[in-house]
Design a protein around this ligand. Structure first.
Ligand code: UDP
Length: 406
């Protein structure tokens, strides 16, 4: 695990000194993070790195995971999709079951600490406990909230408004709700196995292990196998560009324990890839961080063709590696990519194919995008900035009368 002082070389002494000062002010508070999975997806990714670093700064942080069965996660996935604007059939029995599992979890959780930091919709109804115990409750929304289905939004709103405040990842996600809303973007950890520097031998050995030819262009999308990441659309893009340039495609990802749809999507992707030996569909086990790092570093161009995206940590990860990225202009992605400056934003299969060809034909331009992208991530989306924002949020909960919300 990294030491907080290891970040001085990247962000400077002042930034770390400030974190220590803010952390000291929180030394008597315990922050309890609660979400629904320990692996897979961006939330688990961030908490794994964040919790130990907060502790080093003197903040007593802990992380609990709610329990749910297959039925519960099938319902929460439908809720997740509906919040992303997808038509889903969610019955009142589904919602009742969702609440029942939340209530069972309230009984299971051994203690509730000073600050309850609840991530995403799955555990949202734990806030019913607030009636009995008070304390500070913050709901952290990591998902793309631009166009939720109204019924599910109304259902959730009655719970969101029980919280003291809500945190969103992008301004476009803010909602007409009665509690203060705070904008905090996610981040990546430059020292994690997923993002640290790797030597060329390590990169080559991972490419070799997956039978990828390092002498031909490699186009990669790393994502959970999820319809909203549009892996099938990525294959369409590949097929269009393959007519002109002899590229290879990597679609690599695993599942998350709270996402039951993954297997179905993976099967569909495999059937679309059929017997094309230049499409590498790689099912990654959890803790494949070095492999993901190497695949990103070994790629010529990275794609993130999501249809919806909370933030898109894979975009930050790739830009941090100074890679040219072509990504959909959805969710938090335009926050990270300024079109034609720090990457390319697209809206369709045709647009993505067009720019992919251009970046492959113009490697110097592609490289420039990657270099600019890295600088942007360094200035805005590293974990040190994220920790600072969270600690200031926690402090503000104890100084509510002094805080002005816009
Ligand atoms: N990730 C991973 N293994 C996988 C697929 C994804 O570790 O098989 C990581 C990926 O590198 C990134 C995070 O999970 O750090 C995904 O976050 P993102 O915001 O891109 O999407 P989410 O999955 O949260 O929708």
């Amino acid at each position: 695990m990294s030491n907080i002082n290891d970040y001085i070389d990247i962000v400077g002494q002042d930034v770390i000194d400030e974190l220590h000062i803010i952390g000291n002010k929180l030394h008597d508070k315990t922050v309890q993070n609660i979400n629904s999975t320990s692996v897979g997806g961006g939330v688990a990714e961030i908490l794994t790195r964040m919790v130990p670093l907060l502790r080093q700064l003197g903040v007593n942080a802990r992380w609990d995971i709610i329990k749910g069965n297959e039925k519960f996660f099938a319902i929460t996935k439908k809720i997740h999709n509906a919040l992303h604007g997808v038509n889903e059939d969610i019955s009142s029995e589904d919602l009742e079951y969702f609440l029942e599992v939340n209530r069972e979890n309230i009984e299971e959780i051994s203690s509730f600490e000073d600050i309850l930091f609840i991530h995403d919709p799955q555990p949202i109804a734990l806030v019913e406990k607030k009636r009995d115990i008070g304390k500070n409750w913050v709901w952290r929304c990591h998902i793309d909230f631009t166009d939720p289905k109204p019924d599910i939004m109304n259902f959730l709103k009655s719970y969101i408004e029980k919280y003291d405040s809500a945190v969103f990842s992008a301004p476009a996600f803010s909602k007409d709700i009665s509690i203060p809303q705070i904008l905090i973007s996610p981040s990546i950890d430059p020292l994690s196995d997923k993002n640290k520097e790797l030597n060329q031998d390590m990169i080559d050995s991972v490419l070799e292990r997956f039978e990828i030819d390092k002498d031909r262009p490699i186009v990669t999308q790393i994502s959970r196998f999820d319809y909203l990441k549009d892996p099938v659309g990525v294959i369409e893009v590949y097929k269009k560009v393959k007519k002109y340039i002899d590229i290879q495609l990597i679609l690599a990802g695993g599942g998350a324990t709270d996402d039951p749809e993954g297997i179905k999507v993976l099967e569909e992707v495999r059937s679309k890839a059929a017997d094309d030996r230049d499409i590498h569909v790689i099912l990654l086990p959890p803790s494949s961080d070095i492999e993901i790092n190497a695949l990103q570093r070994g790629s010529t161009v990275i794609l993130q063709k999501s249809l919806k995206e909370g933030f898109g940590l894979t975009v930050s990860e790739s830009l941090w590696k100074a890679k040219p990225v072509i990504a959909s202009a959805v969710g938090g992605i335009p926050f990270q990519i300024k079109h034609k400056y720090s990457g390319i934003l697209t809206h369709s299969i045709d647009g993505t194919s067009h720019y992919l060809k251009q970046l492959l034909y113009e490697p110097e331009y592609a490289q420039k995008l990657g270099v600019n992208g890295k600088e942007h991530i360094k200035n805005n989306f590293l974990i040190t900035r994220h920790i600072r924002d969270y600690m200031l949020l926690f402090l503000s909960l104890y100084h509510k009368d002094d805080v002005v919300y816009l």
